[in-house]
Ligand binder design. Sequence first.
Ligand code: UN1
Length: 477
Amino acid sequence: MSQYRSFINGEWLGTTSTLPNLNPSDLSDVVGEARLADDALVADAIAAARHAFRSWSLTTPQQRADILDAAGTRILQRKEELGTLLAREEGKRLAEAIGEVGRAGNIFKFFAGEALRIGGEVVSSVRPGMTVEVTREPLGVIGMITPWNFPIAIPAWKIAPALAYGNTVVIKPAEAVPACATELVKILEESGLPAGVVNLLLGPGRVVGEALVASPDIDAISFTGSESTGRAIAVKCVTSGKKVQLEMGGKNPLVVIDDADLDVAVEAALDGSFFSTGQRCTASSRLIVTSAIHGQFVAALQRKASELVVGHALDKATRIGPVVDDRQLQQNLKYLKIAAEEGGQVLGGERVERPTRGYFMRPALVIGTDNTMRINREEVFGPVASVIEVADYEEALAVANDTPYGLAAGICTTSLKYASHFRRHAEAGMVMVNAPTAGVDYHVPFGGRKRSSYGPREQGTYAREFYTVVKTAYVKA
Ligand code: UN1
């Protein structure tokens, strides 16, 4: 059995307080055990990152690019093995888990290149004999708090840009997924990252996360997780003057118009709503369907959903893995009950037994809902999608935008007119046409509007807005 520890200034350390890492597909499979950090270790990790910043922030782009590139190569070489570990600790089915590891590897390769592309601007001054130079500098020590649903890709898309632009890191992964974060940090160490540049802390949010947010030695916090935690973090960061970036919930609409290609629309809904067991902030959780195609769409989607094999994440036949833990499973079932009480008709969604003991449930489609019901207002974070029938495109757009969230929005249509109009008028950070709302590229900006996100975008070249500070220099000849 593996033991995971925190990684502080190049050393693996932990207390005697432990937390088991269980496989949600098979609770008899103990993946490992985390030895948790206490306040003293948290303080040491922050101090190490602060100290390492002095030299790391002065490294050449070539030094940083080489390390990031080497890490990317190692991750990609170990895709199958790391994907298997990810599937075991999080429950994502193997093919998707391997895909996620590939994404993490590619992110490191991308930011290896970005390290070499840090440029600036030279601007003519309005004053004679003066020039103005606008450059970017590293921000400092970045505290990162990452969720369990993308145990390697999200740490990768925060750590890689942080390092590329010359920052140091203290990262706290979700307690459910210590193994992937540990492997990622080991790979960085093997790739030549100096001690103290990335520090890993294993422990609960109320010890580790709160200490990171409170510390005056942390310059910025990048957080992905629940909306309530995110908002509390933002308030504290603003009060203490930290830069902050939050990725939180979603209640993403997928609009299906009469003229859609039915197969394309059903595939987009199936993937967007149920793959990764619906445990994505980008999941297509509100299917907004115009009347003329509603009957056909629901029948086809229900048939396809009922054919999805629910099972062990490592079983090749599985299309839907387990829910991550019992708390999440109970939340999913609670929302189905609420939806039924509010008048929705729940198709599927039963808890099921498999040869191994785990948190399995069938995907659920809730039909006959309207946009005021809780199932359409609140994020469930499970394999649950609801259908809202609307008269026409105009109503579909209004319903799509009638939500406190604004992460992703999709439309299935064969009409350029609707696709273009929706792309312009959907109140979301990301818009998908004839594609699921979930499943994004790694080299373009990721983020939302309204209550889904706060602060600069993640990923792609836009990541530099968060991970650098701008300096304007006036030079008189
Ligand atoms: C994706 O849909 O490919 O936590 C990524 C999440 C998001 C990532 C989604 N931050 O689900």
